[in-house]
Design a binder for this molecule. Structure first.
Ligand SMILES: [Fe+2]
Ligand SMILES: [Fe+2]
Length: 475
């Protein structure tokens, strides 16, 4: 059951009046933001079959029911503490984790939390037009599930800001509601979170690749010496898994439908004419969102990353799976760099400075596993010879050593002129976008029906049938 408290939580808010007052003060501003920037047209007269986090109990942490979106119960939940937890990496390895923020790391920690926090409302803003163009009620519900949980992730970061950063934290919590995705004057902090997500192919590619960046960041923060940050992010990962499921399975269903249409036409027809999405177009969206998300991991060589690791603020994803000393004081990493003429040169850098790249390695591996599943379970199963592939790390980069240089998806260097001439062979063009918009002009709001470009899912949500009324109008 959802608790009767105004802000459901497992952090004993009732026993901390100062914090409770601060959060209750922030809550109306959050609700105003949600009404302004959440899904338009679905705030007052619709009920959505959603899961709500009600505890951190592995056996049943979520409660499923119909709710009106503004009445969703955004709560604060930290994973259970690990008894006698010790710092697992960096210069303080082996010491007890911190329950308070050490003064000397206050600014660094605040920055990490604010950057993570900023991505959460940003994605809700990016996705707000999609409800009017959904391919089914099932997908509409999944969109809203992702949206409300990104809202809860914002709450999670705001809880930390209010609890541990005093006045500065409260100011930052307010600023998180003031920036706007894509706004020229007050943009969100990271580039990928200012890109519009106005087609469902964008949405699925975003939840596959950019929410997966969320996973790598959250995994590395869940190693943090600041125990409340570690516990908060650990629980966020539970919800995040569903976001990536939405992306991976959504794209798989589009691929599935494309294969069906290709078969029906004897593999020779024009999929677009049959109302489907052709494989080269799907590949372009993989190229775009994967490369954007690579940038989110930051520069290959980074003194910030080194400081975060040394100070125990942010570890590597799955730190205990590394069989080194977790201190990395003397280790080196061999990095592909690019000189001014565009030649690739190998350089050894201290491992601590290469930790953005180490996390990117983890991320690429996790993406590749998902792409392999699409290829095997859909394309191969249909007897297709085409495959979806991840583009080279050098492709379409705006951050790090490859920024300002141009490569094709195979990593071959291009001149600026060649890039301008060819980029829409690899990235979504305005006419590709226009085509996708034409496919999603009419939303599908009838239970059990699906737009022609996407196959139904294999099963419904929470054991409900596929034709369940996942979103219903009131009355
Ligand atoms: Fe999130
Ligand atoms: Fe997410």
């Amino acid at each position: 059951m959802i608790s009767a408290e105004r802000i459901p939580n497992n952090v004993d808010l009732a026993g901390n009046k100062r914090l409770l007052r601060a959060l209750e003060h922030w809550q109306p501003a959050y609700l105003d933001w949600w009404r302004d920037m959440g899904p338009p047209g679905f705030q007052d007269s619709h009920q959505v079959y959603l899961r709500t986090a009600v505890s951190v109990d592995a056996a049943g942490w979520a409660h499923f029911d119909y709710v009106k979106l503004p009445e969703y119960r955004w709560g604060i939940f930290l994973a259970e503490p690990t008894p006698d937890r010790r710092i697992g990496f960096g210069d303080f390895k082996g010491q007890s984790v911190w329950q308070e923020v050490p003064g000397e790391f206050r600014n660094q920690l605040r920055r990490l939390i604010v950057i993570q926090g900023d991505t959460e409302p940003a994605s809700v803003e990016q996705q707000r037009s999609l409800g009017a163009h959904c391919p089914s009620l099932y997908d509409l519900r999944n969109l809203f599930q992702v949206n409300v949980e990104e809202g809860r992730h914002l709450w999670a970061m705001v809880y930390l800001l209010h609890s541990y950063f005093g006045r500065d934290g409260r100011d930052e919590a307010e600023a998180l509601l003031e920036r706007r995705s894509g706004n020229d004057d007050t943009p969100r902090m990271l580039e990928a979170f200012n890109e519009p997500i106005d087609t469902w192919l964008d949405f699925f590619a975003f939840t596959m690749f950019t929410d997966r960046d969320g996973k790598s960041q959250l995994l590395s923060l869940s190693e943090s010496s600041l125990d409340p940050l570690a516990r908060t992010t650990r629980f966020m990962l539970t919800e995040e898994a569903h976001h990536m499921f939405v992306g991976e399975s959504g794209l798989a269903r589009i691929l599935e439908r494309t294969c069906q249409l290709l078969r029906e036409s004897g593999f020779s027809g024009d999929v677009r004419k049959a109302g489907g999405i052709d494989l080269p177009l799907i590949q372009k969206f993989v190229n775009f969102w994967f490369s954007q998300s690579l940038d989110l991991h930051g520069s290959e060589v980074s003194s910030n990353a080194a400081a975060y690791f040394s100070n125990g603020l942010k570890g590597r994803a799955e730190e205990d799976k590394f069989d080194d000393d977790h201190v990395l004081a003397a280790n080196m990493y061999v990095l592909d760099m690019m000189d001014d003429s565009g030649r690739i040169i190998r350089e050894e850098v201290p491992m601590r400075n290469a930790l953005n790249e180490v996390l990117r390695d983890w991320y690429v591996g996790d993406c590749q596993a998902g792409v392999d599943r699409w290829n095997k379970r859909v394309l191969e199963a249909h007897g297709m010879s085409e495959r979806i592939v991840l583009p080279s790390r050098r492709f379409n980069r705006k951050v790090g050593v490859y920024a300002g240089k141009h490569s094709d998806p195979f990593g071959n260097q291009l001149t600026t002129e060649e890039w301008e001439r060819k980029k829409y062979e690899w990235l979504p063009s305005p006419s590709d976008k226009a085509f996708l918009h034409s496919l999603q002009v009419t939303p599908v709001y009838k239970p059990g029906q699906f737009a022609n470009y996407i196959a139904p899912p294999q099963r419904g949500i929470n054991r409900q049938p596929i034709d369940f009324e996942y979103v219903r109008t009131e009355g």
